[in-house]
Design a binder for this molecule. Structure first.
Ligand code: LMR
Length: 394
């Protein structure tokens, strides 16, 4: 039977991780996979996570199953972090998932169960795993313009023009904040216009929010999601704790379904837990429990928020340093967009050849579409990168 299997395309981000590890150069710089790194290149366990894990280890008396939808306290705590008081409890269904990817996958399966003919609209570009999962599920997809390569900002008129083609029942996938891979984000006014258009089209928004707290702050980064969820009749939200709690390998995520029609909640919730049962039964609990403990304990929460803020402002500082270094070297404001972008990533706008040149000659590892993980920099490698960008004539 196995001879019937075809070789699968390599995931570009994962392949880059391997190539970086195998490069013996000491001066190499990893701007690939979306993992936060401190100035020494480590991905630390966050202080509040360590404390919560210690408490959990001492207090936990069983590893027996939780509930199919995960621990309800986790669902409550994380949904309130994402949604604030934008929606009331009786409009919300939620089920814990193995990471943000699990939540996206499950959201798409839910769409497929309800409306197999729906087209999923993706921003061009988007996180490569979005189209990959949609293809795997054999669903329809279409793209809407999002990024303007010249200004390296959102092409909002292109986006709205393309979304005008959305049909009733289609799904529009939006990045809640810190757009991956570009770093270019919608303004609050633009979120309102998008909400309006999706509403007029009778389409369903699916929001992927994986970097809350990495852009303009925990509250600001959730504004777009809250606008959508509080104004449209139905919203799907896939949230990840991988980055903002640094619990990558614990696979901690949540799928939320908001319906203003409260009569639908029981059936929607039942479908979310049904899907969990079919795919993996119970979602992983360790990361979810740690996140819930942090969110519900004022001391742990404030410790976490403080560290998250250090991470966020550290990345903003690196953005500014890089933009300044390029301003100096090029005597132009061509790279000021790096300081305007938000989150972990910026799309530089280099060609694949220029990206390759920077990798071969300077040991700079960025994704082939020239997505850079800003958190992979430190104050020394900013100069190495700025030199490489100039040398590659980006
Ligand atoms: C990324 O975009 O690099 C991260 O979300 C990690 C991943 O799974 O691709």
């Amino acid at each position: 039977m196995f001879e019937l299997l075809n070789a699968q395309p390599q995931d570009k981000i994962m392949a880059l991780m391997v190539a970086y590890r195998e490069d013996p150069r000491e001066t190499k710089v990893d701007l690939g996979v979306g993992v936060y790194k401190d100035p020494t290149g480590n991905t630390p366990v966050m202080r509040a996570v360590k404390s919560a894990e210690k408490q959990l280890w001492e207090a936990e008396t069983t590893k027996s199953y939780t509930a199919l939808g995960g621990d309800p306290a986790f669902v409550k705590a994380l949904s309130s972090l994402v949604l604030g008081d934008a929606v009331s409890a009786d409009t919300l269904s939620g089920a814990a998932q193995p990471g943000g990817t699990g939540a996206i996958h499950q959201a798409l399966e839910l769409v497929k169960m309800a409306n197999p003919d729906a087209t999923i609209w993706l921003s061009a570009p988007t996180w490569p795993n979005h189209p990959s999962i949609i293809k795997h599920l054999k669903m329809n997809m279409a793209e809407y313009r999002y990024f303007d390569n010249d200004s390296r900002a959102v092409d909002f008129s292109g986006m709205m023009a393309d979304l005008d083609g959305v049909k009733a029942g289609d799904v529009v996938l939006l990045h809640g904040c810190c757009h991956n891979p570009t770093g270019a984000n919608l303004t609050i006014e633009q979120w309102k216009e998008v909400a309006d258009l999706i509403g007029k089209k009778n389409a369903v928004p699916l929001i992927d929010i994986a970097y809350q707290g990495f852009g303009d702050g925990l509250e600001a980064d959730a504004q777009g999601t809250r606008i959508i969820a509080s104004t449209l009749p139905e919203t799907l939200i896939a949230a990840s704790c991988s980055k903002n709690f640094g619990v990558y390998r614990e696979r901690t995520g949540l799928l939320m379904a908001v319906s203003q029609d409260t009569g639908k909640q029981k059936v929607t919730q039942g479908n979310l837990t049904h899907l969990n049962r079919q795919n993996f039964s119970f979602p992983p609990d360790h990361g979810a429990r740690v996140v819930q403990m942090i969110l519900d304990d004022p001391k742990l929460r404030s410790e976490w928020e403080t560290e998250l803020e250090e991470v966020r402002t550290g990345m903003l500082g690196l953005r500014k340093q890089l933009a300044d270094a390029l301003r100096q070297r090029t005597n132009s404001d061509n790279f000021d967009f790096i300081a305007e972008h938000r989150g972990m990533f910026s799309r530089l706008g280099a060609t694949p050849e220029q990206v390759e040149h920077m990798r071969e000659k300077h040991g700079i590892y960025m994704v082939g579409d020239s997505r850079m993980n800003i958190a992979g920099l430190n104050k020394d490698s900013v100069d190495t990168l700025a030199d490489a960008i100039v040398d590659a004539r980006v």
